[in-house]
Design a protein around this ligand. Structure first.
Ligand code: SF4
Length: 418
């Protein structure tokens, strides 16, 4: 039995109890996971030292935040070992961690106790620039500490048929973002090319470019228009590189072989992710009705496996919204059952060269699952440990989506232990 399945869950354990119970998992990764699980609230004292000339203020994002608001708060946090915490501001009544000023430094505080000191993300230089068409470059590429995100289109066709994934708030959030900030719903390739060119001038900052957007169902073959648009954007990004390939990840719908070959051969893309979101067919059918109706769980899986022949082992992955498999009322009845099912499926993908990683499920107010409670910290620690162990067992690299290139997956943070 793996470490991840060895635990017996009773009452939820505290952060310190989990740290003591799982000595193989670094304390800072456990803290990151819990902060992502519970969210944060900045005190007025903490906000008094935020300097928008230095610190990155929240920039446009594909999905909304746990408080459903768009406010000029700091983008997010870093722990002292460089671990990224990608976390939302959260209403106080949901019991988030507090970010407070303690002895002149920012700290994560829980029940009046300092858990860890933290740093704010630094604003990249290009955030102060505009494109020739007059759009703030921060609206074209959102920065993480070492990655550039391009959200080329913020509409998802599954929503048009009321079949969006139940944890997702993409369309509601992007309407709000367009209305309040004027963020374009669809990016022009020339604006993307110009922004990437400017961002890359900052020495040593960015190690990867990630493209993602909502699904586009139109075209001769399902998703053809989505593929065409990605190719157009990737070619525009590629204008800034001397080599054909550049460090990059595409997170998209599950494309057929012909579409994947076009993408790989015509552009600089190097890795491919298509999210199954939940590793169980019955839960997938309930949680992702649009994906289930258009392709179905098994075809989605088959397409991921076929992508390994094109992109290579270690360059194809699938993302999970970790914890959503326990959503009410039709999710798994227990955390043990959910972990067992998830690991079995993740292993069946790993055997075929596809790696699985997760983000921590945050029940967002703009989603169908608003108001639900995500699982215990112990669940997420066991999920991270189990997915990491599967990756290690099958010698799957996660270089394209690790703590530096992404920073949003507790399980891929563990790749530093290998
Ligand atoms: S595919 Fe699902 S998760 Fe992705 S944008 Fe569409 S509705 Fe949201």
């Amino acid at each position: 039995m793996s470490l991840a399945l060895a635990g017996t869950l009773h009452a939820a354990l505290s952060l310190n109890e989990i740290v003591a119970k799982y000595p193989d998992i670094p304390r800072l990764i456990i803290i990151k996971t819990d902060v992502q699980r519970r969210g944060i609230h900045y005190t007025e004292r903490a906000l008094s030292i935020v300097d928008p000339a230095i610190h990155q203020i929240r920039s446009p994002y594909l999905f909304g935040s746990r408080d459903g608001a768009i406010k000029p708060l700091p983008e997010s946090l870093l722990l002292r070992d460089g671990t990224t915490i990608f976390v939302d501001p959260t209403p106080l009544e949901q019991n988030p961690y507090q970010v407070d000023l303690v002895e002149g430094r920012l700290a994560l505080v829980d029940n009046g106790e300092v858990v860890e000191f933290v740093r704010l993300w630094e604003k990249p230089l290009y955030y102060d620039q505009k494109t020739s068409s007059g759009i703030p470059m921060s609206h074209i590429a959102s920065a993480r500490p070492q990655r550039l995100n391009i959200f080329q289109s913020s509409y998802c066709h599954f929503w048009a048929e009321q079949k969006g994934c139940r944890f997702c708030d993409i369309v509601n959030h992007n309407k709000q973002q367009k209305h309040e900030l004027g963020v374009p719903v669809r990016l022009k390739p020339e604006d993307v090319s110009e922004t990437i060119r400017e961002a890359l001038k900052e020495p040593g900052r960015f190690t990867n470019i990630c493209l993602t957007a909502g699904s586009v169902l139109k075209g001769k073959d399902l998703f053809d228009h989505e593929v065409d648009y990605y190719i157009e954007t990737l070619l525009a990004i590629g204008e800034n590189f001397a080599t054909k390939k550049f460090p990059s990840e595409l997170i998209s719908s599950a494309f057929n072989e012909k579409q994947l070959i076009r993408l790989y051969e015509q552009t600089g893309i190097m890795s491919y992710t298509s999210d199954l979101e939940v590793l169980n067919e019955e839960k997938f059918n309930w949680i992702c009705p649009g994906k289930a109706d258009t392709l179905g769980y098994n075809e989605w899986k088959k397409r991921l496996i076929r992508a390994v022949d094109i992109f290579g082992k270690g360059n194809v992955g699938t993302g999970l919204v970790g914890g959503v498999e326990l959503a009410k009322p039709y999710g798994f009845g227990s955390e043990n059952e959910a972990l067992e099912a998830t690991f079995e499926e993740a292993e069946s993908l790993a055997v075929n060269g596809v790696t699985t990683f997760f983000i921590v499920w945050v029940p967002r107010p703009g989603s169908d699952f608003r108001g639900q409670q995500n699982p215990s910290l112990e669940y997420f620690v066991r999920l991270a440990s189990g997915l990491h162990q599967i990756r290690a067992k099958y010698r799957l690299s996660i270089d394209f989506n690790d703590y530096r290139r992404c920073g949003n997956h507790p399980d891929t943070d563990l790749s530093r232990l290998l």
